[in-house]
Design a protein around this ligand. Structure first.
Ligand SMILES: [Zn+2]
Ligand SMILES: [Zn+2]
Length: 418
């Protein structure tokens, strides 16, 4: 029979890499705790309509990349392509506003897109995101950016630049979009087919075009930040003032619009000069209309999302290694010593140490080889001779030092050695 492999565009996360994932998720949860964001877990699939309404039916995600299928009941379901729409849906469905506002939430987990698998692009990939629902002030925009930076700083990144733009609101954006469309109309025949489609359907997305031949025209496009209503303008100025106050360097980026329809006002990307060309770490923005679009009462929101695969690469490049620590490997020789090792391992584990041992009778040299391979900090050797005298040989692997220690004081000895 032919062996089965995992589907195209998916990956198994295997040891020892899985320990890095656990470490990374732990870092993100610790940052969440320090800023008091609570974790939310939404289903991996939702009604397709959620993303059509929430993310926007003209976006690349919804038009080209959704992993959509009909279930046996004929309902159209979609494996979630991003986290924010589902968080807003859950907020609404469970009336989370009743817990008090704002709701500060963290999510973490797999996301899906259906596209040609290519290097580094998976159909199942992983994201984490922080969302604040029910607070509209600029202080929250800046807190969310600060959270993003706290995550990547913990991963070992030192320097950051925040790319910043405001794309206005329901009242000022239509005026700007009309201006933008008008400014591109004379060049329409020279723009790429995607831009021609966007010009008609979703002109803001023109600014996203990466096609080199479009750039000379798009560079002349009017800037949304120059056409904000008074409320949006003062919000944008306050975000900039507060970023300066907390000494976060930012750079106004008039063509930053983000790929999703739900954004209003602030949009941002966090980048790092430490990372060369592929320098974007994460991105997000404000989405004050999303909850209302899903049928709720108007509720401001702001958040960001980042890729876990990318964050993991950073963690690895910054020298994270051996994250499944093994404090003690117990080497036992003879059946009595094996039983003593069983009891010892219980005692040491209760004291908080990570302890492993061989499950069958092997030679001394093969057990020592395993201890080496697993990078144990200490190898504790119990032979018949040692057992009779109530002692064990303790080998500190990094130093190659060996000491005889009474079994009764083994725990104390390991503890004082740190
Ligand atoms: Zn406005
Ligand atoms: Zn174009």
């Amino acid at each position: 029979m032919e062996a089965l492999n995992a589907p195209r565009g998916t990956q198994d996360i295997l040891p020892p890499d899985s320990a890095l994932w656990v470490e990374l998720e732990g870092i993100i949860r610790r940052v969440a705790r320090s800023f008091v964001y609570e974790e939310i877990r939404t289903p991996l699939f939702e009604h397709s309509e959620l993303f059509q309404r929430g993310v926007g039916s003209e976006t690349d995600i919804v038009c080209k990349e959704m992993y959509t299928f009909a279930d046996r009941g004929g309902r159209s379901l979609t494996l979630r392509p991003e986290g924010t729409a589902a968080v807003a849906r859950a907020y609404l469905q469970h009336n989370l506003a009743n817990r008090g506002l704002p709701q500060k939430l963290l999510y973490l987990g797999p996301m899906f897109r259906y596209e040609r698998p290519q290097a580094g692009r998976f159909r199942q990939h992983h994201q984490f995101g922080f969302e604040v629902l029910g607070a509209g002030c600029a202080l929250v925009d800046v807190e969310v950016i600060t959270v993003a930076i706290a995550v990547y700083r913990t991963l070992g990144i030192q320097r950051f630049t925040v790319l910043l733009n405001s794309i206005g609101c329901r009242s000022c954006r239509p005026v700007y979009l009309a201006l933008l469309r008008e400014s591109m109309t004379p060049h329409l025949d020279k723009l790429c087919p995607d831009c021609q489609r966007r010009h008609a359907g979703n002109p803001l997305r023109l600014l996203d075009c990466k096609n080199p031949s479009c750039q000379p025209f798009l560079d002349q496009a009017p800037h949304s930040a120059d056409h904000l209503c008074p409320d949006c303008r003062s919000h944008f100025q306050e975000v900039q003032r507060l970023l300066s106050l907390v000494a976060l360097p930012f750079q106004l980026e008039p063509r930053l619009v983000r790929g999703l329809d739900y954004y209003t006002r602030t949009v941002f990307e966090v980048t790092s000069p430490d990372l060369g060309a592929q320098n974007a770490l994460c991105g997000g923005g404000r989405y004050d209309d999303l909850v209302a679009t899903l049928g709720g009462s108007p509720t401001p929101g702001v958040g960001f999302a980042g890729g876990l695969e990318r964050a993991l690469l950073i963690l690895v490049e910054r020298g994270a290694a051996n994250l499944t620590p093994l404090d003690v490997y117990l080497v036992h020789l003879g059946p009595e010593a094996q039983e003593r090792a069983l009891l010892l391992s219980q005692e040491l584990r209760q004291a908080g140490l990570a302890v492993d041992q061989s499950y069958d009778a092997r030679s001394l040299s093969s057990q020592l080889k395993i201890a080496n391979r697993k990078s144990a900090r200490y190898t504790v050797i119990i032979g018949e001779n040692e057992l009779r005298r109530g002692v064990a040989m303790v080998r500190e692997m990094a130093l190659g030092q060996q000491t005889e220690v009474a079994l009764s004081s083994l725990l104390a000895h390991l503890r004082t050695r740190g």
